[in-house]
Design a protein around this ligand. Structure first.
Ligand SMILES: *Cc1c(COP(=O)(O)O)cnc(C)c1O
Length: 300
């Protein structure tokens, strides 16, 4: 079934979260459950890919980049297949004897995988030029770029936007956040929670996708909830994710959304949002990434 048939699904919400820590500060938290969009192309990736898929059609084949646990790779493999496009994934690191669950899924969707050394991966520009010479439409790592941000801007069409003061999301490449800023209304602030440690260039990467007028909007990136770095976890994050699921029947992922909701709870308790704020959080999906954990660590 085409993914967009899932878009009207009531599971996506937004859902109003009930919690004492919200009531104490008269904060309302609505969660847009993009994780419920589709079992594979879940979350923001589907939105980010829409314009790239259109642009790739005349080429008949597309290529993109990612690591062994990349949600972007899996989503691109599936979406390309559905759009009738051949796909190639340039994967950072040496090929291992058994593929990660993400890469296995990508391969099952027909993506050709090519492993390259970390050094070679660092000169992505060269590889990109080679792939283009071979006739591929190339999507940058993580779906970063203008077309990705335009696609992500459509996320907010799924909600009654006017009522929110604050929109909050996880940040990887910054593409989704740029899209949300584009779609945000003048009275709204967009806050991104970085999934990486000390990524100083993140703000300039977000801003590179914005117009001069959009630079005047209200937005900020918080760097305090990386839990040691990208895809790093610890016992308190896992405990939080299990408690969050028990309290709200909402699964989260270890790379992005677990840290996002942890941050939302901590910031609310620290009165960061101000009395009476109506918040919209984007649950950007990514649950397939949890397959890299051993069984039993997560209780969902
Ligand atoms: C990719 C991803 C993000 C980050 O999106 P960017 O547009 O790269 O910033 C956030 N959450 C999830 C679940 C993702 O898979």
């Amino acid at each position: 079934m085409p993914v967009n048939n899932y878009l009207n699904d009531s599971q996506i919400g937004p859902h109003v979260l009930q919690a004492d820590w919200l009531n104490e500060h008269a904060n309302q938290l609505d969660v847009l459950r993009l994780d419920a969009l589709h079992p594979i192309v879940s979350g923001n990736k589907w939105f980010k890919l829409q314009h790239y898929l259109q642009a790739a059609k005349p080429f008949g084949k597309l290529a993109t980049f990612g690591g062994a646990f990349s949600n972007h790779i899996v989503a691109t493999a599936f979406a390309a297949k559905q759009a009738g496009l051949a796909s190639k994934g340039i994967i950072r690191g040496e090929e291992t004897s058994s593929l990660s669950p993400s890469l296995q899924a990508a391969k099952d969707f027909g993506m050709e995988l090519q492993f390259i050394s970390r050094e070679a991966y660092n000169s992505i520009h060269t590889i990109k030029t080679e792939m283009e010479a071979e006739g591929f439409y190339v999507i940058d790592p993580g779906g970063y770029g203008q077309l990705g941000a335009l696609g992500a801007a459509a996320i907010l069409q799924a909600v009654d936007l006017q009522k929110y003061n604050h929109i909050i999301c996880s940040v990887g490449s910054g593409t989704m956040m740029a899209g949300l800023i584009k779609a945000a209304l003048p009275h709204q602030t967009v806050t991104g929670i970085s999934s990486m440690k000390n990524n100083e260039s993140l703000m300039s990467e977000v801003e590179a996708l914005l117009t001069a007028d959009e630079h005047k909007k209200k937005y900020q990136i918080n760097h305090d909830f990386h839990f040691g770095g990208f895809a790093k976890i610890n016992a308190s994050l896992i405990q939080f994710m299990n408690d969050w699921h028990a309290a709200h029947e909402m699964p989260t992922d270890i790379v992005y959304t677990g840290k996002l909701f942890y941050a939302i709870q901590a910031l609310t308790k620290a009165k960061f949002f101000g009395h009476g704020t109506c918040l919209l959080a984007i649950h950007s999906g990514g649950l397939q990434g949890n397959q890299s954990l051993k069984d039993g660590i997560l209780q969902f």
